[in-house]
Design a protein around this ligand. Structure first.
Ligand SMILES: C[S@@+](CC[C@H](N)C(=O)[O-])C[C@H]1O[C@@H](n2cnc3c(N)ncnc32)[C@H](O)[C@@H]1O
Length: 451
């Protein structure tokens, strides 16, 4: 539902209605709060039994915003962009239940309008009621069937005639991103990518040992096909699963980056953009070496302490700016740089709507500064591993190519043994494409300092 998000424990004070909670989360995100922070703040006020529904509705409304707005626009007297924002959020909440959750009409409309009435008053709640009732009729008239029929019959452009229109409305992704992806990949692949980014991610547990997992009571794990040591959490909470396993919560794409570092390291690794630290823990466990974990964010880095102690791994943490590294020399450096995260959009429900071309350009400039500072710290013969969770060329291979032009004392290394063929590029970089693997996206390059 909400990925690895695990709400704070504790009794719900007043048992906030789940739809009202979803509405509050949408309001906070509109005012600039990140979706996971909004959820952490608001969910503790919801009865534990209703938290899953509140989270599903809120994150679903964020991911599928453009799809829901197309439905709403087709059934209202004005486009959603011209609606009162609080009203529009209630409409999205109702539309999500009607078209995605397939909640029976009386509950989807009745419960939503009831919650909206307490917040908006009778008049505006009456408008929400009228639009949602029209939407329920329109949806039934269009199909009464599953999502494929809805995609074909609802108020969405035909993908073969107008692929950009289809993927930015039904696909609910910003048009500029859709255009970039269509210029690069087949329509069928971009459709799969977009659909995958629209679904809530599974919680995946990565074992740090080669043993068969013996999960604690109440926890069920299923192997993820093609990813040894990765298991989908079928039942139980992430915290309970970790309490009985030598493991971290990590998507297979992130685990692939740890494996891609490769070889025998034999000396401490410097992880310069490390927080919250799952790769740092994975590196220490997989290669049996100490890891020095640096990050600019004290708050994010603080999340590394407890798991490192629980697992007894030699990971030490310090706040530092990777553009001005406080380290003279290192044998292996991992730079898992800040990026647009276009390979992990399903995890950050609101992220796609914050991104713009300018954020990409700013991040590319920051990544360049970080990789240059790291390059200066790697000793001759040492290895610099550059990685992102982006799918964009500018942040990945083009960033690496430009680096290699600036630094002729580095060369690209081939991928290490055991890398999956469908996750490596012809030049040996790691490139995990979500539509091929069913995982997050990730990129990494191994850069050896030769002089
Ligand atoms: C992709 S995340 C790292 C994820 C981490 N490697 C892991 O596996 O858990 C990027 C990190 O870069 C950090 N960051 C951003 N700018 C930085 C800078 N100038 N110096 C160091 N860290 C920075 C962010 O705080 C964020 O934690």
């Amino acid at each position: 539902m909400g990925g690895a998000f695990e709400p704070a424990r504790g009794r719900a004070a007043a048992g906030l209605n789940p739809r009202a909670a979803a509405h509050r989360m949408l309001g906070e995100v509109r005012r600039g709060t990140r979706s996971d922070r909004a959820a952490s703040r608001i969910l503790p006020a919801v009865d534990p039994a209703d938290r899953g529904l509140a989270l599903d509705i809120a994150f679903g409304c964020l991911r599928l915003r453009a799809r829901l707005d197309a439905w709403i626009g087709a059934c209202a007297d004005r486009p959603p962009a011209r609606m009162d924002r609080a009203v529009r959020d209630w409409l999205r909440i109702g539309a999500y239940q009607l078209t995605e959750l397939r909640t029976p009409d009386h509950a989807a409309v009745g419960e939503t309008v009831g919650a909206a009435r307490s917040a908006l008053g009778r008049g505006r709640a009456g408008y929400v009621n009228a639009v949602l009732r029209a939407l329920a009729r329109r949806r039934d008239g269009d199909s009464g069937a599953g999502p494929d029929a809805l995609a074909a019959a609802g108020p969405f452009p035909d993908p073969d005639v107008d692929p950009v229109g289809h993927l930015s409305s039904w696909g609910s992704h910003p048009e500029w991103l859709v255009r970039r992806w269509l210029a690069r990949w087949e329509l069928a692949d971009v459709r799969r990518l977009v659909e995958q980014q629209n679904r809530a991610p599974d919680v995946v547990v990565r074992l740090l040992t080669g043993d068969d997992p013996a999960p604690p009571d109440g926890v069920e794990l299923d192997p993820v096909p093609g990813w040894p040591r990765s298991f989908r959490l079928e039942k139980g909470l992430p915290g309970t699963a970790l309490s009985g396993l030598r493991a971290v919560i990590q998507d297979p794409a992130a685990s692939a980056v740890v494996d891609y570092v490769g070889g025998r390291l034999g000396e401490p690794v410097l992880d310069v953009c490390a927080a919250p630290g799952t790769k740092a823990l994975g590196l220490a466990a997989a290669y049996g070496v100490p890891v020095v974990a640096l990050d600019i964010s004290h708050r994010r880095l603080a999340r590394l302490g407890a798991p490192a102690r629980r697992l007894g791994l030699p990971v030490s943490a310090a706040v530092a700016d990777a553009r001005r590294l406080p380290v003279a020399e290192a044998g292996t450096v991992l730079a898992d740089v800040p990026c647009t995260g276009t390979g992990v959009l399903r995890r950050r429900a609101d992220a796609r709507w914050r991104l713009e071309q300018r954020s990409l350009d700013d991040l590319v400039a920051l990544q360049r500064e970080i990789v240059d500072a790291c390059a200066a710290a790697v000793r001759p013969g040492g290895l610099l591993v550059y990685s992102t969770c982006s799918l964009e060329r500018e942040e990945n291979e083009e960033q690496v190519d430009a680096f290699l032009d600036r630094r002729p004392d580095y060369r690209r290394e081939p991928h290490p043994e055991g890398a999956r063929g469908d996750c490596t590029t012809p030049r040996g970089d790691l490139f995990v494409r979500p539509w091929l693997t069913g995982t997050d996206g990730a990129y990494a390059a191994r850069l050896r300092r030769i002089a």
